[in-house]
Design a protein around this ligand. Structure first.
Ligand code: NAD
Length: 475
């Protein structure tokens, strides 16, 4: 298990002398102590290494050479997934079956962006008064990434792979709640053939994140986390060197189930898919709107499913576990307080309490008809807690769905394609899933409207945040 910072292709102790400890949310046992916490001198060292690599060896790599090391990294990640998975499972409680999926997505995103290294083409414009213009896209430079804890390797993959494809260098800071999985990737970075300094991995809390956001020699930062911290990152970026900022923030995503929907399909998506990663997913559709004609049947059957899923709660390392604990005591207290608040704001259908007497386990919970200003209906809970309201008309459902400061994802369940597309056009969200939920693929943009973010990750759009356009005029 690596607990040191990975800078310039070497694992090193933090100059800060500061460390942090990780405890298992399953039984509060110590998972790792002495996880090195980056201070200003460590951040500066990582940035200096990334700058030297950007100007030096990495700038000499051709597209096909970058492809090769990126593919090597993806293969190594697949090869070592079984060693990395328990690090995530132990530190943040993600069940092994979920970690394995996340690690598979991480190697996939490296393979996807490995195909882009020679495909970012420029433009040429017709001559005007004897002047021709060509536009070329150049790597933005030294980039930083800051990740949330709920799928750490995936955030590393989405940010770092896109940056590598166009020739940037990187400093990634994992979450202080789940630093171990990404720290383990340093060995694979070196073995894959990335020159020293191209990918650096540090750990630490919001203070280390602030050091990255305010650093004068970082050209771009991509942040995944809460709206609160995302706004701080943007502020620090603006107050320092106006580095480019991409923000992937929280959500309170709506799902609309019309009376012609395939009920069985809707039940699967609002139970199994919603409860994925114990509801700790930014795109989880936690505000469900069901047409009043089908609501009684849907709610009764969803209740039965949630009670069945309560039997899948278990230790993260048990391969049969589907629902693990919440990430830590702080998140547990937060979700438990929402459960108590919810009981005063809505009708509790099932769940609503701790599961067992040890570990940070919570029962899958359904609340019905929250008041319009209910906190459980307005605020992101980030746990296995869903709220349901009923509606009569399409207009009413759309209006309720959009009545939020968030705009990350959304779902529509209906048999009518024309209705699905009509409603999709009106939903204020970066992603709309029709007859589905939590669909995810790195080939398409991922990100939010409104306060769910700024910019996109994934696909060509995600890539273009890592380049600067340069217009060259020729007379
Ligand atoms: P968080 O904002 O508390 O922390 C996220 C990261 O930011 C951590 O690495 C943390 O150390 C760092 N950080 C905290 N304060 C900072 C500051 N002032 N400056 C710089 N960095 C700082 O969020 P969290 O609790 O780790 O994650 C949960 C949140 O993340 C939820 O809101 C969830 O919806 C969101 N999220 C969004 C996406 C997405 O892709 N849109 C994905 C996963 C999680």
């Amino acid at each position: 298990m690596h607990t040191q910072l990975f800078i310039n292709n070497e694992y090193v102790d933090a100059k800060s002398g500061e460390t942090l400890s990780i405890y298992s949310p399953h039984d509060e046992s110590l998972v790792a102590d002495k996880v090195q916490v980056a201070g200003q001198a460590d951040v500066d060292a990582a940035v200096a290494a990334a700058r030297a690599a950007f100007k030096g060896p990495w700038s000499k790599f051709t597209g096909p050479q970058r492809t090769k090391v990126m593919l090597n990294f993806a293969d190594l990640l697949d090869k070592h997934a079984a060693e990395i998975a328990p690090l995530e499972a132990n530190s943040m409680g993600m069940p092994l079956q979920v970690v394995n999926m996340i690690l598979g997505m991480t190697s996939s995103v490296f393979r996807y962006y490995a195909g882009w290294t020679d495909k970012v083409t420029g433009e040429q414009y017709p001559e005007v008064d004897g002047v021709y213009k060509i536009v070329q896209y150049e790597p933005v430079g030294v980039c930083a990434g800051i990740g949330a804890w709920n799928a750490s390797p995936m955030f590393f993959g989405a940010k770092v792979a896109a940056a590598m494809a166009v020739g940037c260098t990187f400093i990634y800071k994992g979450s202080e709640k789940s630093p171990l999985g990404v720290l383990a990737l340093g060995d694979l970075v070196k073995e894959a053939g990335f020159p020293p300094g191209v990918i650096n991995i540090i750990s630490g809390d919001g203070r280390a994140g602030s050091m990255l956001a305010s650093h004068m020699d970082i050209n771009k930062i991509s942040f995944t986390g809460s709206v609160f911290a995302g706004k701080k990152v943007q502020e620090l970026a603006a107050k320092s060197n106006l580095k480019r900022v991409v923000l992937e923030l929280g959500g309170k995503s709506p799902s609309i189930i019309f009376d012609d929907a395939d009920i069985e399909n809707a039940l699967v998506h609002h139970s199994q898919n919603f409860l994925f990663n114990t509801g700790q997913a930014c795109i989880a559709a936690s505000r469900t709107f069901v047409h009043e004609d089908i609501a009684p049947k849907f709610i009764e059957q969803l209740k039965a499913r949630y009670e069945q899923f309560a039997h899948t709660i278990g230790a993260p390392l048990d391969p049969k576990t589907f629902l693990g604990p919440l990430v830590d005591g702080k998140q547990f207290e937060r979700v438990m307080s929402f459960l108590e608040i919810g009981k005063t704001e809505a009708e509790l259908i099932t769940g609503g309490k701790r599961h067992g007497t040890s570990g940070f386990y919570v029962e899958p919970t359904i609340f019905l008809n929250p008041k319009d200003d209910a906190r459980i209906y307005r605020e992101e809970i980030f746990g296995p807690v869903i709220t349901i309201r009923t509606f009569k008309t399409e207009e009413e459902a759309i209006s309720m769905a959009n009545d939020t400061s968030y705009g990350l994802s959304s779902c529509i369940f209906t048999a009518s394609t024309s209705r699905a597309l009509r409603v999709a056009k009106q939903l204020e969200a970066g992603m709309v899933n029709i007859n589905s939920s939590q669909t995810f693929g790195m080939e398409a943009p991922f990100g939010g409207f409104k306060q769910s973010g700024l910019g996109r990750e994934g696909g060509r759009q995600g890539l273009m945040h890592y380049v600067e356009a340069k217009t060259i005029s020729i007379k």
